[in-house]
Design a binder for this molecule. Sequence first.
Ligand code: SF4
Length: 135
Amino acid sequence: MIAEKFGGDLIVDAYRPVEWLDRVRGVLLSPEGGERCSSCFRAQIEGAAKAAVAERCEALSTTLSISPHKDVGVIDLIGEEICRRYRLKWLYRIWRKSGGFALAVRRSTEMGLYRQRYCGCVMSIREEGTELMER
Ligand code: SF4
């Protein structure tokens, strides 16, 4: 829906839960924003960097910085390092700043988009205490 609205293509990486679990081995129980998330950021940004190179993009950013729970300093360090390796320009963006988070919530509601109450992994579902774990 978003890609359609802005006239772009949506590129979706494969779902690889076993690979993700291997990455976070030993830090799985660290709280959101901790080492588990750093490993996860690396996986997400590296996947995006590969897609960016394949699409001949010159720069990369991430929506991760919309979240008040994410450490932007860590995201930027990882983004810089990956972009250096892939010869991309890392765009420093703190999307949650200046009311960005509230704006994202408002716009997505107006567009009728589904908003999940957890970040993405099974641990974040548990931390959020959502009823999904009880189903
Ligand atoms: S899905 Fe979200 S909460 Fe879970 S490890 Fe990744 S960044 Fe952290």
